[in-house]
Design a protein around this ligand. Structure first.
Ligand SMILES: CC1=C(CCC(=O)O)c2cc3nc(cc4[nH]c(cc5[nH]c(cc1n2)c(C)c5CCC(=O)O)c(CCC(=O)O)c4C)C(CCC(=O)O)=C3C
Ligand SMILES: [Fe+2]
Length: 343
C-alpha cells in the first residue's frame, strides 16, 4: 500500500491562559466530567502560566521525525494535528486535501489500546475527515507500540538513570512505581476487541521496562490523573495512595516512571512532579521521577519503522517487539466501545 503523508496526531493543549477553559471544554464535551474537577484542572494549567508543554513537545518530535525521514530517504511529508487544540485535526486534514494528499498514515502519541488511548483518536480522525468532506484523504492509524523497543528502551534507560540519583545504601528499600492514566473501570473492561487490553498492555510494558532497568527491585503498576464524577469507579490505586501504603511498608524511596505516556506533558509535570512529589515529601520518601521517550532517537526511529511496516510488502515481518500479547495493524470496529455506545 502506498501513502503520501504521515500525520502526527496528539492530544493538544493550551498555550495561553485565555485558552485554558475553551481547551478543557473541548476535552470534556459530553464526557460527564464535573465542573469542580474542571476548575481544579484549570488551576493546574494556570499554575504553569496557562501553557501546556505538550504542543512544544510535539513540535520537537515533528522536527525530529522530519530530520530522521530526510536522513533515511523517506519521502513522506509530515503534518501535525491535535484532537483538542490548535493545530486542530480538521484544519490539518483540510491542508492535506489542499496539498493533494490522498492516503496518509497517522502516528498517535499514545502507545496503548483502549477508548481514550486509541479509539477516541480514530473517532476524532473520522470526524475531522467528515468535516472536510468527501475529498478528505484516507487516514490510517499506525499500530499500538506498547512493547516496541523504541518505546521500552528509553523508558528503561530513564528508570536506570533515575535510580542512580538515589542513595545506593538504600537501594534494597527502593521501589519502582510505574504509572499510567487511570480510566473508568468500565472502559478498562471493554478495552480492545476482547476487553482488558489497556491494563494488559501496561502490565506488559511495566514487566519489560522493569526487566531491562532494575530486575532486582520490586515494582508496581498504579494509576494517576483520575477524572470523572467520584461515584464512578476508575482504575486504582492512585499513585498518591500507593506511596502512602509503601511508606507504611518500610519502603524508603521510589522511582516513579510514567510508562503510560510518551512525553513530559502536564499530567506528568503536575500530577507527578508536583503532586506525587509533594506526597512523597510529606511521607519522608526519596522521590525521583523517570523521564519519558520525548525525542529519544530510538523513539524517533520507531516511528520510521512503524511506517515501514505498513509501506513494505509483507511488512509484518519487520515488526520489532519485545512482548507477547496479540498485535494487529487495524482495529476491528466496534472496538473499545462499551456495549451501550455500540452502534
Ligand atoms: C488514557 C488517557 C491518556 C493517555 C493516552 C493519551 O496520551 O492520549 C490521557 C492523556 C492526556 N490527557 C490530557 C489532558 C486531559 N485529560 C482529561 C480527561 C481524561 N483523560 C482520560 C484518559 C486519558 N488521558 C479520561 C478517561 C478523561 C476523562 C474525560 C474523558 O472521558 O475524556 C482532561 C479533562 C480534565 C480532567 O483531567 O478531568 C484533560 C485536561 C493530556 C494533555 C496534557 C497536557 O496538556 O500537557 C494528555 C496527554
Ligand atoms: Fe487525559
Amino acid at each position: 500500500m502506498s501513502y503520501d503523508a504521515l500525520v502526527l496526531v496528539s492530544f493538544g493543549g493550551p498555550e495561553r491562559p485565555e485558552d485554558v477553559l475553551p481547551f478543557l471544554q473541548n476535552v470534556t464535551r459530553g464526557r460527564g466530567v464535573p465542573p469542580e474537577r474542571l476548575a481544579e484542572v484549570a488551576e493546574h494549567y494556570l499554575h504553569f502560566g496557562g501553557v501546556s508543554p505538550i504542543n512544544q513537545q510535539c513540535r520537537e518530535l515533528l522536527a525530529a521525525i522530519r530530520a530522521d525521514f530526510a536522513a533515511h530517504g523517506v519521502q513522506l511529508p509530515v503534518y501535525w494535528g491535535n484532537r483538542n487544540w490548535d493545530p486542530m485535526l480538521a484544519d490539518t486534514v483540510a491542508q492535506l486535501r489542499d496539498d493533494g494528499v490522498q492516503r496518509a498514515l497517522a502516528f498517535v502519541t499514545s502507545a496503548f489500546g483502549g477508548y481514550s488511548s486509541c479509539r477516541q483518536y480514530q473517532e476524532d480522525i473520522a470526524a475531522a475527515r467528515a468535516a472536510v468532506g468527501p475529498d478528505a484523504p484516507v487516514i490510517e492509524k499506525l499500530r499500538q507500540f506498547w512493547d516496541h523497543p523504541g518505546f521500552v528502551d528509553p523508558h528503561a534507560d530513564a528508570v536506570r538513570s533515575a535510580l542512580e540519583t538515589l542513595d545506593p545504601a538504600r537501594r534494597n528499600t527502593t521501589r519502582i512505581v510505574f504509572t499510567a492514566h487511570s480510566i473508568p473501570s468500565s472502559a478498562a473492561a471493554t478495552a480492545g476487541p476482547h476487553g482488558g487490553r489497556y491494563t494488559a498492555q501496561l502490565e506488559e510494558t511495566a514487566r519489560l521496562v522493569h526487566a531491562a532497568a532494575a530486575p532486582d527491585l520490586p515494582y508496581d503498576l498504579v494509576w494517576q490523573s483520575r477524572s470523572g464524577p467520584p461515584q464512578v469507579p476508575w482504575l486504582e490505586p492512585d499513585v498518591n495512595d500507593h506511596l502512602t501504603a509503601l511508606a507504611g511498608q518500610g519502603v524508603t524511596g521510589v522511582v516513579v516512571s510514567p510508562i503510560g505516556f510518551v512525553s513530559d506533558h502536564l499530567e506528568v509535570a503536575w500530577d507527578l512532579d508536583t503532586e506525587a512529589a509533594e506526597t512523597a515529601g510529606r511521607l519522608g520518601l526519596d522521590f525521583v521521577r523517570a523521564g519519558t521517550p520525548g525525542t529519544d532517537p530510538r523513539f524517533v526511529t520507531m516511528v520510521r519503522e512503524l511506517v515501514a511496516e505498513r509501506t513494505t510488502p509483507d511488512g509484518e515481518r519487520l515488526r520489532r517487539r519485545l512482548g507477547e500479547l496479540p498485535m494487529w495493524d487495524t482495529c476491528p470496529t466496534p472496538c473499545c466501545v462499551s456495549a451501550a455506545r455500540r452502534p
